[in-house]
Design a protein around this ligand. Structure first.
Ligand SMILES: [Zn+2]
Length: 280
């Protein structure tokens, strides 16, 4: 009996080590935290969950996405350091915890997210202080100092209500997880992920805003080439799903993209395409 317990303990320990090794690149990627001072009123905080922005004016501060784990506290400390007690407007690009996990820290301020139901939000994030104060159906413009901020609900793509944020004067577009670079997307049916709509909405956002700088939900900042890169990823995984391309032909190309166990990987995206296209 004792021997059996020892064997079981060893198997569990080995299993745990394998999981830690597999999850480590993801945790490292999610925990990286880089501050980029774009200009005197705009700071980007990349990593630590989803990419975030802090936009300042004399009267208020606008924050895009509140991050998760240690990143959420680092971001909030940075916001307070810059904004003091100015009112904060927090925008969540979508409801996933790596973008909305720090919402509770902003209690008493304005929190804007897409038009999810309260139940959908609570199912994903639990009950707490982080519930948005406004669930945006379509579009809203806010003046923050010299910057005109357009918040647009793009509808269903990565989730049921993905919001993009456009800084009009800076021609900078924050796309949340409608765009992910260097990391495989989390595709979840119960959150409304639909790849064909991703592709449609990516083009729509580019057409509508004509951005010069694009900030993805995860990964490096760039221009329109980032969207093309992500569209190629989806086009190639679709070809694999349709049997036109071998998985091995693209696996090497995306080997540096961060996976998350079997939930986010080249193979997981191919599987999701198959389900979406009704391919057995
Ligand atoms: Zn994310």
């Amino acid at each position: 009996m004792k021997k059996n317990l020892k064997v079981l303990g060893s198997i569990l320990a080995i299993g745990l080590i394998i999981i830690i090794i597999k999850v480590y690149p993801f945790m490292k990627f999610m925990n990286s935290f880089e501050v980029v001072e774009v200009d005197k009123n705009l700071t980007l905080a990349l990593g630590g969950g989803g990419n975030s922005a802090i936009l300042m004016s004399d009267k208020e501060v606008l924050v895009v996405d509140s991050k998760i784990m240690g990143g959420k506290d680092k971001l909030f400390a940075l916001v307070k350091e810059k904004a003091g007690n100015k009112p904060i407007i927090l925008i969540n690009t979508h409801l996933h915890a790596d973008h909305a996990g720090g919402n509770g820290l902003y209690k008493g301020n304005t929190i804007i997210a897409g038009a999810y139901t309260k139940e959908q939000w609570i199912e994903e994030n639990g009950e707490g202080d982080g519930l948005p104060t406004e669930f945006l159906k379509d579009k809203k413009e806010i003046q923050v100092g010299e910057e005109t901020v357009i918040i647009q609900n793009m509808g269903q793509a990565h989730t049921y209500n993905d919001v993009v944020v456009f800084f009009k004067n800076r021609k900078m577009l924050f796309m949340g997880d409608m765009l992910m670079i260097g990391m495989h997307p989390f595709l979840k049916e119960n959150n409304g992920s639909k790849i064909s709509l991703y592709l449609e909405k990516l083009n729509k956002a580019l057409e509508e805003f004509q951005p010069e700088k694009i900030v993805p939900g995860h990964g490096r900042v760039g221009g329109k080439e980032l969207v093309a890169e992500f569209q190629t990823y989806f086009a190639e995984t679709k070809s694999v799903a349709e049997g036109k391309l071998e998985l091995s032909a693209i696996e090497d190309k995306y080997k540096d993209w961060i996976p998350f166990l079997s939930m986010a990987s080249t193979e997981a995206t191919v599987k999701y395409w198959k389900k979406e296209l009704g391919i057995k």
